[in-house]
Design a protein around this ligand. Sequence first.
Ligand code: NAP
Length: 486
Amino acid sequence: MVDADPKGHTFAVIGAGMSGILAGIKLKQAGYKFQIFEKADRVGGTWRENTYPGIACDVPSHIYSYSFELNPEWSEFTSPGSEVQEYFEGVSKRYGVDSEIRFREAVTRCTWMGHEWEIETEKGHIERFRWVIAATGILHHPKYPEIEGLDDFDGPIFHTARWDHNVEIQGKKVGLIGTGSSGVQITAAIAPDVEKLSVFQRTAQWVVPNERVVYTEEEKEAFRTDADLLRNLHTEMSTAFNDGFATSVIDGNSELIDDIQKRCLEALETVQDPELKKKLQPTYKAACKRLVVSHNFYDAVQRPNVDIVTADIEQIEKNGVRAGEELHEIDVLVLATGFHVDAFMRPMNITGRNGIVLDEVWKDWPSAYLSIAVPDFPNFFMLNGPNSPVGNFSLIQTAEMQFDYVLKVVDHVNQGDLDVAVISQEAYQRFDAERYEAAKGTVWATGCNSWYLDNNGVPFAWPFPFSRFRAEMEAPKLEDYELAKS
Ligand code: NAP
């Protein structure tokens, strides 16, 4: 490996999911020394953890790929989760990143020591690194609902991200709490196999109809043999997405969102029973919550063995779930109740300069300059950190652009007589105030409850156009940083 860094600066990358693997590949290519720490025994992040029936990536597979590693083998337009997991495992091996990962070694502490970070892992290992890249993901701390009696349930009970494959659901009475993207995919997948499926829906979802497209062998062969075909497809899809949906969500009055809502309503019309249709009709604007995509949810819920329960859940009892006055008898209870989206790297103990603790800085809600850096935490960057475009652009494209930004800052420091970069308080506050104002005009702020909202009900995702994100990432404003020699 070429030593791009004459000062011997080393990187700790935390997490070996999509963005951690990406960081490893790019650091390796740039010739930097790095170590990836991964809490689990395999790469893959969210795709390793979510193995529930029906899991698929509802973002088109040809854009849910690294731009430098397009994949002609995707089986479908939106491929199953296991294939996405295989893709990340394959890429990580092919690029030699696997050998740089310390598996089963969660980082528990990062402490800034004045010129470098001290990192401690759950195994008690303590090491020092000049730079830290937190690639810990967003949707990875399961949120268990606070419902009376949850512990009283007699049968198996698990969260969607902790699916227990030892539990037989075939022919069983299954209860499913939650109708977000996970709950909807599970409903469609298991409805034909279970005796009874009781879906507890607190809020109806806008469900965008898609068509299941399975790539033929001929199509895959064309992708394999014609690299331009695959590249053009990736470019076309990314452009359409970034100019279309990504632009519309930041405008609460967008016509495109109205069109999407019309398509959702047409799909809802396929529900025959007027009472069921009414239950499934959302009362807020489409895309206010993260849109759910499905070609078979409405078919599934019209099966005679599926019950959409809209009465409030009163409590969970030994034999089932009591909603309204009625006890719904259940053998297996699945919690599709989402994630703690404000955790990011936490519960890791992170202490920056002057003893400033991240938990304290983020006590109300996490935020970051351009989603990447936090004042008082020198040489510490995040991929898909707070205020990242989570509901707008492809998370992979976002992480790639964020990483390129980080590398530009690092290269600048390394090439000069410097070794520390920390975002200034002033730059962070200027960005955050602008972001906060812009967030109020987005579709996420049009009057619904969702995981896009912070504690004050203000959306925390990137509220500006794609063009601004790209421009910010391409040319870091180095004047926004305090650059120093330690
Ligand atoms: P989610 O979108 O946060 O949905 C959680 C569901 O649980 C909602 O229906 C919520 O109801 C319900 N819920 C929560 N607490 C409840 C309670 N105490 N009582 C009754 N209902 C309760 O979680 P998710 O479905 O796991 O999806 C999270 C995100 O993961 C998605 O938005 C998406 O970004 C990502 N994801 C992506 C894919 C993909 O295909 N790419 C697939 C799955 C997930 P309310 O609506 O009333 O709050």
